[in-house]
Ligand binder design. Structure first.
Ligand code: SF4
Length: 230
């Protein structure tokens, strides 16, 4: 009988949207994701998830206040491997302690993503999902110290997890508007924020620069910016 190996965390290379522009700048991103909706306690206007019924049929379930498309949830409806990889990541985190999460992440990177982590300059936490538990936030903070040469960045709507919490120097957190905790966004607690707009004209009206390839999200400057919904 073959021995069963440990379950590993799944990471992924950058998606096509970022790949070209960032690689031209000598930048390479490694991503980690969690299930859209299921790991998004702060989501409101974007909340959606891929729901699987008893017959295995997958459909998109949206929250009552949903106003924006959650592309991550849509992707999980179409791509079962992506959905399973994200579910696997969350199931592992749920069952592990902070240090076990860190150990398994490092082991997973070492075993399965050696070349990816070698060339990466950036680490994006959550193309899908969010910081959904304090122990997971703390594990990510430790990961930023374990991988100190990378700039780590994330968007979050789960703002209570970060209020008055000291963040690592190489971790850039962008508060994301459209969540349950928008009232907590202010320049002192969350000096970086991202707002989804429908087009350039709306961004101009708000006086916000538009981020087209995450460079404002991971950039050095603390600032508010817009993301065009398309
Ligand atoms: S926070 Fe992101 S992944 Fe979660 S529901 Fe909203 S758009 Fe989707």
């Amino acid at each position: 009988m073959p021995l069963l190996g440990p379950a590993y965390f799944k990471f992924s290379p950058p998606n096509m949207k970022f790949k070209k522009t960032l690689q031209q700048q000598g930048l390479y991103i490694i991503n980690f994701s969690l299930p859209a909706g299921r790991a998004c306690p702060g989501a409101d206007k974007c909340w959606a998830m891929a729901a699987v019924d008893a017959n295995g049929k997958v459909t998109l379930k949206k929250g009552v206040d949903n106003e924006y498309i959650c592309y991550a949830a849509k992707g999980e409806v179409v791509y079962s491997n992506t959905r399973r990889a994200r579910a696997n990541n969350k199931a592992l985190i749920d069952g592990l302690s902070i240090h076990e999460i860190v150990d398994l992440m490092l082991l997973s990177l070492e075993f399965n993503y050696k070349s990816l982590i070698k060339k990466a300059k950036l680490f994006r936490w959550h193309v899908a999902g969010d910081f959904y538990l304090p122990k997971y936030r703390d594990a990510v903070f430790i990961m930023t110290q374990e991988l100190p040469n990378l700039i780590h960045y994330a968007y979050t709507k789960n703002l209570p997890l970060f209020k008055d919490v000291k963040k690592p120097d190489n971790f850039r957190l962008n508060a994301s508007w459209g969540g349950r905790f928008d009232h907590m966004i202010n320049s002192k607690d969350f000096p970086r924020s991202a707002r989804v707009v429908k087009d350039q004209a709306e961004a101009d009206k708000l006086g916000l620069p538009v981020d087209v390839n995450d460079s404002l999200a991971f950039g050095e400057i603390d600032q508010n910016f817009a993301l065009i919904d398309h």
